[in-house]
Design a protein around this ligand. Sequence first.
Ligand code: NAG
Ligand code: NAG
Ligand code: NAG
Ligand code: NAG
Ligand code: NAG
Length: 400
Amino acid sequence: MAIPAGTRLIVQLLGICIACFLSINGVESNPSSEAVFDIFNYGAKTEPKFDNAQAIIKAWKAACESSGPAKVVIPAGDFMAGEVVFSGPCKAHTTTVEIQGHLLANIDPSTYTSGAWIMVQRVDNVVLTGGGIINGEGKYDWKYADGVSPLPVSLIFQEVGNSKAHNLKFVDSMGFHIEVMDSHEIDLFNLTITAPGDSPYTDGVHLTNNINVNVTDSVIATGDDCVSIGHGNQNIVVARITCGPGHGICVGNLGKQADEKDLKGVTISNCTLTGTTNGARIKTYHDSAQITASDIVFQDIQMNNVQNPIMIDQHYNSTTTTAQSKVKISNARFVNIKGSSASAVAVSLNCSSAVPCEGIELADIDLKPAGSTGPLTSACSNAKTVLKGTQSPPGPANCL
Ligand SMILES: *[C@@H]1O[C@H](CO)[C@@H](O)[C@H](O)[C@H]1NC(C)=O
Ligand SMILES: *[C@@H]1O[C@H](CO)[C@@H](O)[C@H](O)[C@H]1NC(C)=O
Ligand SMILES: *[C@@H]1O[C@H](CO)[C@@H](O)[C@H](O)[C@H]1NC(C)=O
Ligand SMILES: *[C@@H]1O[C@H](CO)[C@@H](O)[C@H](O)[C@H]1NC(C)=O
Ligand SMILES: *[C@@H]1O[C@H](CO)[C@@H](O)[C@H](O)[C@H]1NC(C)=O
């Protein structure tokens, strides 16, 4: 079909315009065109007793309010800081915080009001990166841990969208290291999280009430859960985590509070757990709200000298009440779990008599006793279970 000359000209002009639009966008997305906000320009000092929180917050506000992509830089050096809040919404399309140096928390717990040391809230398109260290200095504050009022979390994402944290080292948080809550499209990867094996409540990553969160390619060694996935989460991926020491990787706790929401869609795969007190675990409280936990998969997990490698515990914290858990667990699969168990009951499916577990699958389970642990066994109550492939120890005959 012949195209009239006039139309051809319009098509050509349109082509030029699309090309010029693309090239402008190309320049903007080039990292070198990010506006840089160095904390030294906002009053930061490396003096050990100088609190840099205000300098960091001022640099963030300037970056947040600038019109194009912006980057806060925390350069090499030691920077002590109390509570830092990165709040939005921001004008900038992407706001990066590049932590090259060593951030050290103010060790006075009374300087924290939000529950976090670094709080990222009500903002989209944030990237935390830079190769630096986020040191919670928890050794000065763990003595205050009582399991009731939590110590500050090193990093909280709250009501955050389309954001990432990667290439960072977290050390010795006061409370949890990282918590993501009420957020969506969050990618956490290439993190190293370490605290002593006996440090209290120092979970690596805890998730509450999020949609689409990935936690991958990280090394986590703490005194509590490496990754814990609480209520209200949907579509969560945990993969390629090296965990231990610590309490393993768990879905839970569920059912502690009355207002909790259903959990659906958690896949934990390609992880290696070494010397942890639990492995792949789902835990719920007695006397809980009526919620559901469904579509949970633990797959391709290597257990090395792990106590309780496979565990559903619906009697968590059961000393306090006899009322059964009302968290309904369904479609929970444990697939290709290999390695060694440090306790004799390697598989324990202990579900609620009020709402028995349904659709539990054990497939290709190949666990050997670690050290002098006797022959391994399975235990089960109130769980409808399907067995597939290898079953070592033998699957629980009373629950099929
Ligand atoms: C992971 O992060 C560290 C800094 O913590 C960095 O040195 C390393 O290159 C990163 N690895 C990848 C694959 O990006
Ligand atoms: C999470 O990983 C999956 C692939 O496993 C990918 O499709 C998805 O976009 C990722 N989500 C985020 C928020 O990074
Ligand atoms: C897990 O590891 C297997 C074998 O290395 C690989 O084929 C698969 O893609 C990995 N999956 C994830 C989610 O990392
Ligand atoms: C067990 O439940 C009681 C009562 O709700 C609570 O005070 C206590 O902190 C809980 N213990 C744990 C380990 O959660
Ligand atoms: C389940 O847990 C309860 C409470 O801890 C315990 O008394 C019971 O023996 C357990 N059942 C199995 C099958 O492990």
